[in-house]
Design a protein. Structure first.
Length: 316
């Protein structure tokens, strides 16, 4: 197991290198430099060139990349150009709301998707199956920002059940914290719920057709026991993979939802940083999100052996 973890961590290094090169190149080859944003439109070209030289943006791009990545491997992501703090401090101050929103959205998606998927598979071909499959298809088709606006109008404005914007940290109390995350959590989690529902249905249908399910039923076991203990347990591995991947997607996809509901997370931070050409913050956020995504994939692989003992990660 330890050797497998080390191998997976080493395999993540090329991914991080490719991502760092890609994001660094895209940012620095895009027109518009921080110096022009800082000095304003009335600044002369000589003033802009002088500030670029002072900030190190006049160096060749490969030299700028090496300076950044050599500090990043030591945990130093640089300093924000506009926020008067380090990139690490800026990310730490905004990652909490994003992780809370992603976790709430994932819980909502799982609570909706897995029961729907099991029922659709068990009632294959029935009205319930067609209805739930249609809901899942509609959930994948409706953009999260549109669903968010509809929820804000109906639940927040007309019914006034929940606040339609803002954020309260966990220190304000769990109830108050969740009150501000339910609507954006539903908006963000519906697409993931639709995807997990389809995967659950497909995986359950495959397992329900196997011989050991017929054997369990022939023994007189209750149908709920057959479905949950035998079928769902054996069908859960591909579902777990989708859950792990969708959680990473929720973190990266929270940008639009956070903007609509004015949640001060990484989404707002990266949008503001792009608008102000704050290159170190943009690079740091993308690198941190990549690390989270790689870590989630590793965690999912490790859970395989716990959920299903037949999976041995240390086998060749």
């Amino acid at each position: 197991m330890f050797a497998y973890i080390i191998k997976r961590l080493l395999s993540a290094i090329p991914v991080l290198i490719i991502v760092s090169i890609a994001i660094f190149s895209i940012i620095h080859l895009t027109p518009g430099k921080p110096a022009a944003t800082i000095l304003g439109m009335e600044a002369s070209q000589e003033e802009i060139d002088a500030l670029n030289q002072e900030m190190g943006y006049n160096l060749p791009i490969y030299e700028q990349y090496w300076n950044w990545v050599s500090h990043a491997v030591r945990g130093d992501l640089g300093d924000s150009i506009f926020m008067r703090q380090t990139v690490g401090e800026a990310i730490a101050g905004h990652i909490g709301p994003t992780l809370s929103l992603a976790l709430v959205a994932q819980i909502i998606a799982i609570l909706m998707a897995i029961p729907f998927g099991i029922i659709a598979a068990y009632k294959r071909g029935s009205l319930a199956d067609v209805t739930l499959s249609g809901i899942a298809l509609a959930g994948m088709a409706v953009p999260s920002f549109m669903l968010g606006l509809i929820l804000m109008l109906v639940v927040g404005v007309e019914l006034r059940w929940l606040p339609n914007s803002g954020y309260q940290p966990l220190s304000s109390g769990l109830t108050e914290h969740l009150k501000y995350l339910i609507l954006p959590g539903i908006s963000l989690g519906m697409i993931q719920a639709a995807l997990i529902t389809r995967m659950t249905r497909s995986s359950m249908l495959e397992v329900l057709s196997l011989n050991f399910i017929k054997t369990a039923r022939s023994k007189g076991l209750r149908e709920t026991t057959v479905l949950l203990k035998h079928a769902f347990r054996n069908a859960f591995l591909p579902i777990l993979t989708v859950i792990g991947q969708t959680f990473g997607t929720l973190i990266t996809g929270a940008v639009v939802v956070e903007t609509i509901f004015t949640i001060p997370g990484l989404g707002q931070l990266i949008l503001n940083s792009i608008d102000r050409r704050d290159f170190p913050v943009i690079q740091g956020i993308v690198l941190v999100v990549t690390l989270i995504y790689v870590g989630l994939n590793l965690l999912v692989d490790l859970l395989y052996g716990i959920i299903d003992p037949r999976v041995r990660l240390d086998r060749k």
